[in-house]
Design a protein. Structure first.
Length: 287
């Protein structure tokens, strides 16, 4: 398979720099979310919201296979975060890390036996070389969480599916070097959308729905530190947002407060992004 130039270039990085932590957004949008993290000898998925076949194909573009995964971290039970679980976790017997309410909701939906490893929301735990901090997010699921993943080469925050950014959320991801942040919709495009009933629009706009571009920009302003190097804009609605719109709103916001050191990238729903390699402390940082 011929790799896109950006991916081929990024894959070549380990031969030039001795780095051992990489993050690849395999896909992100309202239709499905899945990211791959490789930290030293630990290989994880964060959510499995694409089909099992798609996850396998997209891992293949970076030379990886689901069989080598050590586990899957799940933020919450909505379909766009778990639809690949049966094909991957059940078939390959991979550990699935989530809290109890999410486990119950997944079990009711999928009716398949999975190797669940439960954590309490707010607790931290380890999976191989990765320490996972968990924290509660305001979203209309049973017990949705965000993550801050500590690796030997930096900290990666996951903040998708939240209606508003609470003080707690901001504090928990402030240490991130890389942040995956939801920019779900443009408020005007959502209001003008003729395909969605009013009740769904209300749900999306509510304090337990999804972040608009403006709300995400405000959250990014509060989170940004000198340590934040890379910001992924994620979970864009296909109908009610545009990548260039999300990018413009967040870039302008960060530029206004002088945070021009952050590289901003919009995650795509249908193709994997280029792997982001994080340097170990003391080595040149790529991200
Ligand atoms: Zn979602
Ligand atoms: Zn959700």
């Amino acid at each position: 398979m011929r790799l896109p130039n950006s991916i081929a270039k990024a894959l070549a990085a380990p031969t030039l720099f001795p780095v051992s932590v990489q993050l690849t957004i395999l896909g992100s949008g309202s239709s499905g979310n899945c990211a791959y993290l490789e930290a030293d000898d630990t290989r994880l998925l964060i959510d499995a919201g694409l089909s099992g076949r798609q996850i396998r194909q997209r891992l293949l573009t970076i030379g990886r296979a689901p069989e080598s995964l050590n586990g899957i971290l799940i933020t919450h039970e909505h379909t766009d975060h778990i639809q690949g679980l049966t094909a991957l976790a059940a078939r390959l017997n991979l550990p699935v890390y989530c809290n109890r309410l999410t486990q119950e909701a997944i079990a009711a939906q999928l009716q398949t036996r999975l190797d669940f490893r439960l954590f309490s929301t707010g607790a931290s735990f380890e999976v191989g070389a990765v320490t996972v901090d968990t924290f509660s997010l305001p979203h209309d699921a049973c017990d949705p969480v965000g993550f801050l993943l500590h690796t030997s080469a930096g900290r990666i925050g996951f903040l998708t599916d939240l209606g508003h950014a609470t003080k707690l959320v901001i504090e928990r991801v402030r240490a991130a070097n890389v942040l995956v942040l939801e920019t779900n919709h443009d408020v005007k495009l959502l209001q003008d959308d003729t395909r969605r009933p009013w009740s769904i629009k209300q749900r999306i706009l509510s304090r337990h729905g999804h972040l608009s571009n403006e709300a995400a920009a405000l959250a990014a302003e509060q989170i940004v530190s000198a340590e934040l190097r890379h910001l992924y804009l994620a979970h864009l609605s296909a109908d009610c947002n545009r990548p260039e719109l999300a990018q413009r709103v967040v870039s302008q916001s960060l530029a206004q407060i002088g945070a021009t050191h952050v590289r901003i990238e919009t995650a795509a729903p249908d193709v994997p992004g280029a792997p982001l390699w994080l340097a170990q402390p003391g080595l040149a940082r790529l991200c």
